[in-house]
Design a protein around this ligand. Structure first.
Ligand SMILES: [Zn+2]
Length: 267
């Protein structure tokens, strides 16, 4: 996961007026899905906020699926709510509620072969259910359990295991670990084929780190070192697959004898 700056989204001409009209219709009893064209209009713009049309939750590349626009706060019902909740309908056309997501993160799926299931669908757990909004109100009252790529600090809370590419918490804090575990389950981040891809990226990264460590500071090896250091830098760039996980793994390699690692992370 990486941080996505929603403010960079350029809105098509007249979009805010169309969103306001749709929102008024929904407030009057219409179904949000009847106006799905309104959020679909933003699909390409949202995709462009992250290189290579990667999913904001898992950093996999997204096929051009119709449901690529996820409502972070569900527009339909909310299955985690303590009382019956018909969804955050008043946010159905709020651009800040949109996240660009792959089908595996967004839709409920079961991977029978590997025994995992997930997909966000109507899930939206809170850390404190007592603060749940059932009608328009200050959103900062709610503390979402799910990690949000549009929050500055959330993306760094999750990483992956070097040995198998499975997602894991980056922090020791109990509440943060709880949020990561909920996110892994609900975004289906432990989907086996994704773990395999993540693992391949991790294997490549760690092989490069080993080489760079060998070459660093050795007479006559500076050019080799620089070539590999650049490769590592590319692996943690926003453009790279699973770059957030690669940053997590690279952070674990920091060492006093290898100050270049910290430097790369800050570049
Ligand atoms: Zn995804």
């Amino acid at each position: 996961m990486r941080y996505i700056d929603q403010d960079e989204l350029a809105l098509p001409g007249g979009w805010l007026a169309r969103a306001a009209a749709a929102s008024a219709a929904v407030a009057g009893g219409a179904a949000p899905d009847d106006y799905a064209d309104v959020w679909r209009e933003l699909k390409d713009g949202l995709a462009a906020l992250f290189p290579d049309k990667k999913c904001w939750y898992c950093e996999s590349q997204v096929d051009r699926a119709d449901n690529a626009v996820d409502h972070f706060r569900p527009k339909g019902r909310v299955s985690d709510a303590a009382n019956p909740h018909t969804g955050y309908r008043w946010l159905a056309f709020d651009r800040r509620n949109f996240r660009y997501a792959c089908t595996f993160c967004n839709s409920r799926r079961r991977d029978v072969a590997n025994g995992t299931a997930g997909g966000k669908a109507d899930r939206f757990p809170l850390l404190d259910e007592g603060h749940r909004l059932y009608a328009p109100g200050p959103l900062n009252r709610e503390k979402p359990a799910l990690l949000d790529p549009c929050e500055l600090d959330d993306w760094e809370l999750i990483g992956c295991q070097q040995e198998n590419g499975k997602p894991c918490p980056a922090s020791q804090d109990a509440s943060e670990r709880h949020r990561v575990e909920e996110s892994i389950a609900i975004y289906h981040l432990d989907y086996e084929p994704t773990c395999k891809q993540r693992h391949s990226a991790a294997v490549r990264l760690m092989a490069d780190v080993e080489q760079a460590k060998m070459f660093f500071g050795q007479p006559g090896m500076n050019e080799h070192f620089t070539t590999i250091a650049k490769k590592i830098r590319r692996a943690i760039d926003r453009k790279a697959p699973f770059s957030g996980d690669m940053i997590f793994l690279l952070k674990g390699q920091r060492h006093d004898e290898h100050p270049w690692i910290q430097k790369l992370l800050e570049t």
